[in-house]
Design a protein around this ligand. Structure first.
Ligand code: SF4
Length: 467
């Protein structure tokens, strides 16, 4: 078994092409599908434990909707309260400014080793290479993140960064990097080895960096959720804690937090709650807390009502776990930090041309919207993107022609019936090379079902009489 080699995304490469590499390994594909679907099933079981689940989702959606409608006010309230608690607050317009601020804080204090806990925002800003190029060692302390960091690749899932790797592949990696026993891929053994390795890094780090799950305007406090306690150790030992958050992480009141904490872990991993939900109210005595509030394209989303609800995302990953395309194409095929349905909605806001193929990597089945704990209308937003991309002439000619013809046929009952009759009669007579030729991308991995003798309408009429 050999782990897949990560390939850097090439600008302009389409998702279908990058996914094809993953799809070519059928065994890995089936395993990834099963592993990720298992998380979806765990989520379903935990949801069933909570009779008021739908009411919670509704409440979460309303809180996020309200917050976003008054985002500037809540951010200012949060800043004032965080300052009152003794934290320092910085504002960054984009990734470059964010990286500059973080580097400045570290460089001023002579930091050479940074213990970093999981943060999709800093991944998105490419903070690690930025700091490493300036002589600072960055250690990702979340186990899955450390695994992908060892492999010099980004996470393939926002909650389970190394879900694309088998334990045997992690065993081989740790043998090379940590000197573990050859052939030993026992997860407990490997985790223990990682703990010893990381413990040294924690003790040596001069600063800790975390993301922020929730920033509470009412108090100025921040909440960081992890399962490994790495954020806690990473910030409890060194004298400097930097917390990086997107502007959308703010929530109005402490009372709102319970709604999200009940939804987050259940939706993410099927746990009743994350193992550690750590609250930081200002710096601990003798230490510094710097909070970096980052826009990085979020204001653009705020200004677009049809996409605004995507700012409610709490990064639980449930939409990835349920998405049939994500499960069968792997996270790296998207070429962005946040893959899956929410990633396909967010990425074109940053660079529409570069990510023009992403909104098409969906069946529009709506399962993502159904599982989303904050009720984001993901599949509607993907459809909106498709319309926008088509309007801008960014859809390939073949797809445009098929769409036009399909739209014309579907708008006319007689044409639809005639087309059905024609296809049922013609396809079985055509040579296989033609039916499964280059034009039929759908048929590359699938066999068409046998053509039925009668249309669905005729079958219904035969069984039930005239509709
Ligand atoms: S869009 Fe919804 S389901 Fe997807 S990660 Fe965000 S909160 Fe979770």
């Amino acid at each position: 078994m050999s782990a897949p080699t990560y390939q850097e995304p090439v600008p302009g490469q389409r998702h279908s092409d990058t996914a094809a590499r993953y799809v070519a390994d059928g065994a890995r594909l089936a395993w990834h599908d099963t592993a990720v679907w298992f998380m979806r099933q765990k989520r379903d079981r935990r949801r069933d434990d909570v009779p008021e689940w739908e009411a919670l989702r509704e409440m979460a959606a309303r809180i996020k909707g309200h917050t976003v409608s008054r985002l500037a006010d809540y951010l200012e309230q949060f800043e004032a309260n965080a300052l009152r608690l003794g934290a320092h607050v910085h504002w960054a317009r984009d990734a470059e400014e964010h990286n500059r601020i973080v580097h400045g804080l570290l460089a001023e204090r002579g930091v050479k080793l940074l213990a970093k806990s999981k943060s999709m925002l800093t991944e998105d800003c490419h903070l690690n290479p930025y700091l490493e190029a300036r002589g600072i060692e960055v250690v990702d302390t979340d186990l899955g993140e450390r695994i992908v960091q060892f492999r010099h690749e980004p996470p393939s899932h926002i909650v389970m960064p190394a879900i694309h790797l088998h334990k045997e592949e992690v065993g081989e990696l740790f043998e090379q990097r940590l000197g573990t026993a050859p052939g030993n891929s026992d997860p407990t053994y490997l985790t223990e080895a990682a703990r010893h390795h990381l413990r040294e890094k924690f003790l040596g780090a001069q600063a800790g960096l975390t993301g922020v799950n929730f920033a509470i305007a009412e108090t100025g406090g921040i909440v960081v959720c992890t399962n490994e306690g790495n954020a806690d150790l990473g910030t409890a030992l060194p004298p400097l804690h930097i917390a990086c958050m997107g502007v959308e992480k703010v929530i109005p009141r402490v009372a709102d937090l319970g709604v999200f904490l009940r939804l987050l872990a259940r939706s993410a991993t099927g746990q009743p709650i994350t193992t550690y939900s750590s609250h930081y109210h200002g710096p601990r005595p003798g230490a510094e807390l710097h909070i970096v509030i980052v826009d990085h394209g979020r204001s653009r989303i705020l200004g677009r009502p049809e996409y605004r609800r995507s700012l409610g995302c709490i990064r639980c990953g449930a939409c990835l776990n349920t998405c049939p395309v994500y499960r069968r194409s792997g996270g790296h095929s998207y070429g962005v930090t946040v893959p899956g349905p929410i990633g396909m909605v967010l990425a074109p806001h940053i660079d529409r041309d570069r990510h023009q193929s992403l909104p098409f990597a969906s069946t529009l089945c709506g399962s993502c919207s159904d599982v989303c704990p904050v009720k984001i209308d993901l599949h509607h937003q993907l459809l909106a993107w498709r319309g926008e991309l088509a309007g801008a002439g960014l859809v390939p000619l073949g797809k445009r022609v098929v769409g036009r013809v399909g739209g014309w046929v579907l708008a006319r009952t007689w044409a639809y019936r005639l087309a059905g009759r024609l296809v049922r009669w013609l396809v079985p007579k055509l040579p296989r090379g033609l039916v499964y030729g280059r034009a039929n991308a759908w048929g590359r991995q699938r066999e068409l079902p046998p053509m039925p003798a009668k249309s669905f309408r005729q079958q219904w009429r035969d069984e039930h009489g005239q509709p």
